[in-house]
Design a protein around this ligand. Sequence first.
Ligand code: DLL
Length: 423
Amino acid sequence: MSRDEMRKIQSIRLKQTVERVYHNSTFYRKKMQELGITPNDIESIDDIGKLPFTTKQDLRDNYPFGLMSSPMSEIVRLHASSGTTGKPVVVGYTRSDLAVWAEVVARCLTAYGVTKNDRIQVSYGYGLFTGGLGAHMGVENIGGTVIPMSSGNTQKQIQLMHDFGANGLACTPSYAMYLAETIHASGIPLEEFQLRIGAFGAEPWSENMRKELEEKLHIKAYDIYGLTEICGPGVGGECECQNGTHLWEDHFFPEIVDPVTLQPVAPGEEGELVFTTLTKEGMPMIRYRTRDLTHLIYDKCECGRTAVRMGRIMGRSDDMLIIRGVNVFPSQIESVILEMPEFEPHYLIIVDRKNNTDTFEVQVEVRQEFYSDEINRMMELKKKIGHRLQSVLGISADIKLVEPRSIERSQGKAKRVIDNRKI
Ligand code: DLL
């Protein structure tokens, strides 16, 4: 599709989306009124800059359903991901939203070369996380066979991958690496597996990691990108050229802005990725700040697809960590520590990658009056905070209780996160 044609479609859909949110969402109507604009001010996609930005904080402030633009009776599915503190970010989908989602994941899979003759093992987590069910719908949409494994239970994953002759694997790149190592350790020859294609995403990964995964598993490893707020996996995916992630811009309009000034950067420059959904009904997003730092490539791709490409995600403009595929904000950990009287508000988060799996340690100072030489009492305390963190974050941390005043005090901005991973 030519750029002009694409922009025509984007313009029509943007106008429809703006009408929809203005008339159906108090939140967006108020935001637009504050800027003194109405849907009549949006005549084409070139007017996108007139619209307000939306942030994770807006989702938190309007938890759980405040940003829906469809009545709840039209919402057929809810998903959620971590917010910056205790409350998750909640997204609602109408039947049509689910159809679009299945379509965009199908586009990714098709670009990887997956067909109805393939069996795809989906080893992203199923549940509120969008990874499992999103990939699942995409495979079904192209008529492939889904093996809905979800994550974990690694031995069984390998056994069924082998016995069912899975041709594709969809999971985080770090879990793929772990699966690869477990396969090698199992002694089953790689030749007995039918794996050909990997659909990896939900966390940053590098070209080196791609090479390693391709060599270890004898596959072609492709990127799949997405975020809960916009729809889940399938906002974009790589093609056979493996040279940038095509964003399905007829459904999700991308912009790159300077994260400080919020002004658009020059074409091709790096900045923060911002999306406006163009076809969503349940919970359309207007200029949603993803916090992902990347750049866009408008040159034609050798595969023939004209959809814009995105470079690798180079980092984030906030402090969100992705640990074992789970989004973790230091502020979530801080709020758990602050609500427990046994601890000082001094902590350190140490993240590393050993044997291709993320390690996650939280060091926290015990208050003098709770500090004890008795191992049992300390173990009890460790368990208590460990459980609390697990229930808030959705993953377990190695807790290290330390003596009062043993964590280095900062002279300026406290450095509370040490991320030693070299991805
Ligand atoms: O991770 C959706 C997803 C599931 C994408 C499965 C791909 C595959 P969230 O949990 O909301 O949604 O996390 C979204 O994860 O803003 C990025 O920072 C990061 N992320 C997702 N995909 C990639 C990728 C899902 N391919 C956040 N490369 C996003 C780098 C990624 N980072």
